[in-house]
Design a protein. Sequence first.
Length: 429
Amino acid sequence: MTDTPAANQDEKPNTELLKNAVHGHKAMSKKGFLERLFTLSFRGFVYPQIWEDPEVDLEALKLDKTSRIMTIASGGCNVMNYLTESPEIVKAIDLNPAHVALTRLKIAAIKHLPDYESFFAFFGHADEKKNIENYDQYIAPHLDAFSKKYWEGWSPFRGRRINYFTKNLYQFGLLGRFISVVHILAKIYGEDPRQILEAKTQEEQGEVFDRTLGPIFEKKIVRFICNMPPALYGLGIPPSQFEDLKGDADMADVLKHRLRRLAVDFPIEDNYFAWQAFGRGYDREHKKAIPRYLTEKNYKKLKENADKVEVYHTNITGFLEAQTPESLDCYVFLDAQDWMNAEGLNNLWREVVRTARPGARVIFRTAGDDSPLEDALPKDILRRFHYDPSISSDAVKKDRSSIYGGFHVYTFGGDVGTQKTKQTNKMVA
């Protein structure tokens, strides 16, 4: 018996799921080549931590004990964060088997590790040899076969993948290695991103950034690299999203602006996204710059709610097609819709309409400012949802990860109709 309700499902081949999600052009075209290159890079471990701020999500989702949530898993962090609100159920899905395995590992760990300190050591420190002993003794016997095979599978230079947790999990995965490259690049120019973590005020944070990291984006070689789509695959940005993120600006300027927002717009003492970007880990000493699922005050609540999570290896539309009508009231799509064409969006949202309870809320992020739905979806679907663009602008300003240009909330309400179909507000880039 395993601890994962979805453990016995038919695990679909990862390659096919990715192809269906990403490939939209012929292989011999430039865009087709870039799409296939992205698929190749995305097949392995990508996100050791999710980069969507759960506090912004929770404000929009308005969870209670009756909430039935469908969310993309990614690194599993926000699946755990949502549990602190004691919803009825969380159904997490992901195309990537590594993300499925990581989310299931977190669920098994919160249920079976002996105490809070061992749980925090596993995911807060993520670099201690004791973690492997605890995995073998407490977690592995309760882990589903799919996830156990992944974590005990072979990784070059590390042996079993579970050994990531003795060498700082957050330095692994495509994103972890991307951040490592940024640190190496900064040191080549004589700068250390960790200096920002020592700032005492936001004003000082800005001074440190403008003196250290900011000027690096003016270097010709850096500007050249930033404008190459494959250079951003480490951020999980596919070719289809690259142009939305770039807009009419130079990509180096866009990245500099958003990195400065991450470094400056929020107090460094509790912005765990900034700690991961500039310090390669969480605040272990004071435990302030950590996600809510790693706080001691939420430990007991997580244990009580851990059985409410189901994790599936599949795509969004395929998952929703298998759900019963009016069975969900919270949908978290992250930035997945930036990957989709109009046909894919239509298929997805017809399933949302079919499976949504009255008042259901759908949240998602976009690389650019505007919602792609206002031009892509037919009016018969759009009129079923209420959409307030002003919510998006406020949410982007609150999002501590500072990665995205847009945050969107659609509320299902019969024929209430949307506001004007073309979003005109321009949020902070």
